[in-house]
Write a protein that binds this ligand. Structure first.
Ligand SMILES: [Zn+2]
Length: 453
């Protein structure tokens, strides 16, 4: 009770609309699909009108396409507009400055960008707040209530940026949350994390999929005792693999709830208590899944586009998130009518391109190292791995072993053989390393592709 009050008070002091947005978003979860879509389209028409009159880029674009704001009234109408790529935004930065920017409240942000230049953008305070609001609303699927104790394992993407660690601690205390870094995942650090957790006794865990997985693996490998009970684990920011989910659920004896959110486009998705995939939020943004030509799909694999309905500081319409997903046409039995994303496949750059023309998804590699069916159990000594492709005919496999004594040549030869079977002729180098570098945001990229990204 104390922490719930403190939490609400803390957020309301900083953002006076927090509770209003929270209650609105919560209510929206069970609204009929048609009503949600009507609300989206109402917000869309307002955004289009604003963009046409205030944002030079869109004014020119509409003129060029001979369109008027009235031509974009529905989600289907969006297909009259081209896909907005990061390259287009970078080339036209100045044209994305709205005329009335000085009157708006916003913050400057940038995308993680593990390869290439990150994208600089502005996000309105309301849109950034909605990201937080939706996270907490979606946590309720696991029984979370505002103010419940939570431990977070992540880099900059999930950890509030503040220069002082004292301020961070006080803020954390107010919302009953303790933060752990995802940059250092050494055994020594993880031992200390488990000690801290046993003292803190969180009821919920949150973090990058790889960070929570490495923590769970550490606890399992060392058979460490947990002196607290976890009700739910929230993963996000990276693709969550089945082997990761299975081990996390086993170690913490609770369900994993995967979430997807990105601030640059405002897209947000979450797993409900039925775990049938990720529900696509219809409150904050419009999410489209499209084919190569930008045509909307009602099911199947495609590119994920997002249009935030609340970011007037830098409106992105049909923004290419760079992620791909499989849209489902099934209804969830939880009562929510928001559509389901069966799976997020990851970024377009999460593929290896073989000289024989094959496009090999990263999951192929995670399957080799982490297969649950036991087919490749010989690689269980691989603690972390990373596949790097710098040239079309070259592949480097970096491996962090759990113990250098466990490496043997026959395993490594077998590994090359499995990969070559799939890729055709290629130069494969295996590097045994001490650690895999994290990205600037503290994320673990298990595929680095410099050939196509
Ligand atoms: Zn559901």
């Amino acid at each position: 009770m104390f922490h719930s009050t403190l939490f609400k008070l803390g957020f309301t002091c900083k953002y006076k609309h927090f509770m209003r947005l929270y209650n609105e978003a919560k209510k929206a979860q069970y609204m009929p699909y048609d009503v949600l879509k009507q609300n989206q389209e109402k917000k869309l028409r307002k955004l289009i009108l604003f963009a046409y009159h205030n944002v030079p880029y869109y004014h020119k674009l509409f003129k060029k396409l001979n369109l008027k704001p009235g031509d974009i009234r529905t989600i289907e109408d969006l297909q009259k507009l081209p896909i907005l790529t990061k390259e287009i935004i970078k080339k036209n930065q100045k044209d994305f400055i709205p005329n009335n920017l000085s009157k708006q409240k916003y913050i400057n942000a940038s995308t993680g960008g593990s390869t290439g230049q990150p994208l600089q953008y502005r996000i309105s305070i309301e849109d950034a707040l909605l990201d937080v609001v939706l996270f907490y609303v979606n946590c309720e699927q696991a029984g979370y209530r505002l103010g419940d104790k939570m431990a977070v394992f992540a880099g900059s993407q999930l950890v509030p940026s503040t220069k002082s660690s004292l301020v961070k601690k006080i803020k954390g205390w107010i919302i009953n949350t303790k933060y752990f870094s995802s940059f250092d995942m050494s055994d020594r650090y993880l031992d200390k994390v488990v000690e801290d957790l046993n003292r803190f006794k969180p009821r919920f865990l949150r973090g990058y999929a790889s960070s929570v997985f490495l923590l769970a693996k550490h606890i399992a490998d060392k058979n460490l005792e947990l002196k607290f009970e976890v009700k739910g684990v929230f993963t996000s920011s990276e693709v969550l693999f089945d082997y990761q989910r299975a081990l996390i659920e086993e170690v913490f004896n609770c369900k994993v709830f995967d979430q997807y959110s990105q601030n640059d486009g405002g897209a947000s998705m979450f797993e409900c208590e039925k775990h049938n995939g990720l529900h696509i939020d219809m409150f904050r943004s419009i999410v489209e899944v499209v084919d190569e030509e930008g045509k909307q799909l009602d099911r199947g694999t495609g590119h994920i586009l997002a249009t935030s309905l609340h970011n007037y500081a830098m409106p992105f319409i049909r923004y290419d998130t760079g992620d791909m997903g499989i849209l489902s046409d099934k209804k969830c039995d939880c009562g929510r009518e928001m559509p389901l994303m069966e799976k997020i496949i990851g970024r377009v750059s999460d593929f290896i391109y073989a000289p024989n023309g094959n496009r090999i998804h990263g999951e192929f590699f995670s399957h080799i190292f982490r297969s649950l069916d036991g087919g490749y159990m010989r690689f269980s000594w691989v603690k972390e791995f990373q596949i790097v492709q710098r040239k079309i005919n070259e592949l480097t496999i970096k491996i962090v072993p759990d113990d250098a004594r466990n490496i043997n040549d026959s395993d490594l030869n077998k590994l090359k053989e499995i990969i070559l079977n799939r890729t055709g002729e290629m130069d494969i180098t295996i590097e045994i390393v001490d650690k895999i570098e994290r990205t600037k945001a503290g994320k673990w990229k298990f595929i680095i592709n410099e050939v196509k990204s």
